[in-house]
Every structure is written in structure tokens, then in C-alpha cells.
Design a protein around this ligand. Structure first.
Ligand code: UDP
Length: 333
């Protein structure tokens, strides 16, 4: 299949591009490299450095290649930043998605996979989360993701778009060969931050909140390996059909606490990884884990990484071999 991947130089996108290429697809990546890394893009894919804000570029791309499908990863991801500058998120995450969809409509491209998020559920009343839970997002980031889900649903009705929205839980880990992995700047995610301590780049891990109503007082999250997410995208794109709207939780169904993640990282790295317990981080929800029955049944998806040790182990393999990530731009202070 000829596939356009926006944000294919980013963390989840780049692992997905690799899986798409390995499965024999002809992949074009569109990425403005504001957060992505050219080095993360599979050399067998074509990289176009450009911005989704550029309608002329989009039109040229779709005129030059008859894309059969689009995978849309490109987006701002920092929840805290979305609270400070919401319009930047509505502009970049909603506006650019709309422009992309308008171009697809014009060129009659009707297969789409969208990177959505479990954050669209907000603070769910119980666990695990099924796809029919009410979506009451609690941040501008999550509201912008939900707005795109609505634009997709309306497009399915109005012009026959077929789409799958994958609501990611916590993407983690790295390609097992250690060649690509997670490299955000600034890094806010738990697993890379823990591993930076093992690397000696930070003195200790801050644990944000130890008084949550969970088994050890710290937040529970569903960590899903990035290559398993990539497989979910492959299955999604293979099965999407014009006019059909589909939504899946992309999580393992297993939750781990922050302390459990730190313990796993201690085992995997052999480093003591000191912790310091600090206040709760604004906006964190006590527990989030998926009921992934639907994606398993309908897409035949089974996460291969079912042990947190293996997920953290693959991340460690990347971080210890690439202590400065892709090392392709000056770090922010
Ligand atoms: N967390 C933490 N210390 C860190 C980073 C994260 O205690 O340095 C906690 C955070 O409060 C949350 C969990 O780890 O409960 C996962 O956070 P992350 O930012 O990785 O993902 P999120 O679930 O927020 O998308």
C-alpha cells in the first residue's frame, strides 16, 4: 500500500514506519522535525520535511502520489503545555488534522488511522476502561484529540471516510535492536526519566504523589510496547473500510504503579535508582488501564510484550546505547 505517515519521525510514528516498511508498504513520511528526528525515519521510507499547515505542500503531495491510506501521528503531546497555551494545541492538533482531512477528501483518500488517547476518557468512574465509557477529557490536549475524533466521525458520515482511532495508553519501550527509541526534549515521561537516573544523567527520580488510592499510593498506568502499538496500526490500516468508524483502546489491560516501574528498572539496569517523593503532578489521574478485549477480538491484536521487564529492558537497551538520544539538535536547558 502507498501510505502517508504524518509525524513519522516521532517516537510512536518512527516505530510504526519501520513496521509498515517491513510489511512491504511504500511509505512517505511528512514531518516538520519540530520534535521528530530525521535519523529515526527508516531509510526505506521517503522523508518530506514540511508542515501540515502548508495546504499547497499537502495538495502537491497528494497530487504526486495516489496514497491509499494515511496514518496521522503528528501532534503536540505535552499535557502541561496544553494548559498554558491551549490555542497552540487547537491550532496544531485540530487545525492541522482538519487540513489533512480536507486534502484527503479532495483527493478521495478514504483510509485513516488516528493517534488518539485514553486521556479522552478523563477521570473514568471505574477500571478497566472500555471504549464505550463517556469521554470527558480533562485537558486541552485531550479535548483537542477528542475534537479530531468528532471531525473523523462526521467525515465518515458525510464523505465516506473510513477510520480507526487508536486510543493509546502509555507508549513505552524501544525497538529491540536498540537503533530507534524515545527521545523527547524536554522528557516528561516516567520510564525515560527513570532510566536517565541509571545513566547518571539525573540524581534521582521524582515520584509525583504517594497518597493516591492505589495499592502502593502511586499512580497506575498501562504501559504498552511501542512495537505492539505499531502492530496495532498495521492491523488497523489493513482492516479499515470506507465509511466505517472504529475506536479501540490500545493498551495491554495490565496496570503498573510508579513504584513498580522503578523496581523493574532497578532490576533491569542493576542501578539503585534513588527516588524522592514529591507532591502530586497537576492533572494526573490515579488509575488508567485498558480493557483491550475489543482490539484483541476484532483486530486479532495480542501484545507480544506482556512483561514490564521486557518493555523497560528494550528502553534501557536504547538509552544506554544512545545516552544523548538521536543527538541531532541542541538540548533545551
Ligand atoms: N511520573 C513520576 N515521575 C516522573 C514522570 C512521571 O512520578 O518523573 C508519574 C506520573 O505522575 C504518572 C506516571 O508516572 O503517574 C506516568 O507518567 P507519564 O508522564 O509517563 O505518562 P502519563 O500517564 O502522564 O501520560
Amino acid at each position: 500500500m502507498k501510505i502517508l505517515v504524518t509525524g513519522g519521525a516521532g517516537y510512536v510514528g518512527s516505530h510504526c514506519v519501520r513496521a509498515l516498511v517491513a510489511a512491504g508498504n511504500d511509505v512517505c513520511v511528512l514531518d516538520n522535525l519540530s520534535a521528530g528526528h530525521a535519523k529515526a525515519v527508516d531509510p526505506k521510507a521517503r522523508l518530506v520535511v514540511g508542515d501540515l499547515v502548508d495546504r499547497v505542500l499537502l495538495d502537491q503531495l497528494f497530487s504526486a502520489v495516489r496514497f491509499e491510506a494515511v496514518l496521522h501521528f503528528a501532534a503536540f503531546i505535552e499535557v502541561g503545555q496544553s494548559v498554558i497555551d491551549p490555542l497552540a494545541f487547537y491550532d496544531n492538533n485540530v487545525g492541522n488534522s482538519v487540513r489533512l482531512l480536507q486534502t484527503m477528501q479532495k483527493h478521495a483518500v478514504k483510509r485513516f488511522v488516528f493517534s488518539s488517547t485514553c486521556a479522552t476518557y478523563g477521570i473514568p468512574p471505574k477500571m478497566p476502561i472500555t471504549e464505550d465509557f463517556a469521554q470527558i477529557p480533562a485537558s486541552p490536549y485531550a479535548r483537542a484529540k477528542l475534537a479530531v475524533e468528532w471531525a473523523l466521525a462526521d467525515s465518515a458520515t458525510a464523505w465516506g471516510l473510513g477510520f480507526t482511532a487508536l486510543r493509546y495508553f502509555n507508549a513505552a519501550g524501544a525497538a529491540p535492536d536498540g537503533t530507534i527509541g524515545e527521545d523527547h526534549d524536554p522528557e516528561t515521561h516516567l520510564i525515560p526519566n527513570v532510566l536517565k537516573v541509571a545513566l547518571g544523567q539525573r540524581e534521582c527520580v521524582k515520584i509525583f504523589g504517594t497518597d493516591y488510592p492505589t495499592r502502593d499510593g502511586t499512580c497506575v498506568r498501562d504501559y504498552v510496547h511501542v512495537d505492539d502499538l505499531a502492530v496495532a496500526h498495521l492491523r488497523a490500516i489493513e482492516t479499515v473500510s470506507p465509511g466505517a468508524a472504529r475506536y479501540y483502546n490500545a493498551g495491554t489491560g495490565r496496570g503498573a504503579t510508579v513504584r513498580e516501574v522503578v523496581d523493574v528498572a532497578r532490576r533491569v539496569t542493576g542501578h539503585a535508582i534513588p527516588i524522592v517523593e514529591v507532591e502530586r503532578r497537576a492533572g494526573d489521574v490515579p488509575e488508567l488501564y485498558a480493557d483491550s478485549t475489543k482490539i484483541r477480538a476484532e483486530l486479532g491484536w495480542t501484545p507480544r510484550y506482556d512483561k514490564l521487564d521486557d518493555i523497560v529492558g528494550s528502553a534501557w537497551n536504547w538509552h544506554k546505547n544512545h545516552p544523548n538520544g538521536f543527538d541531532d539538535r541542541p538540548r533545551k536547558a
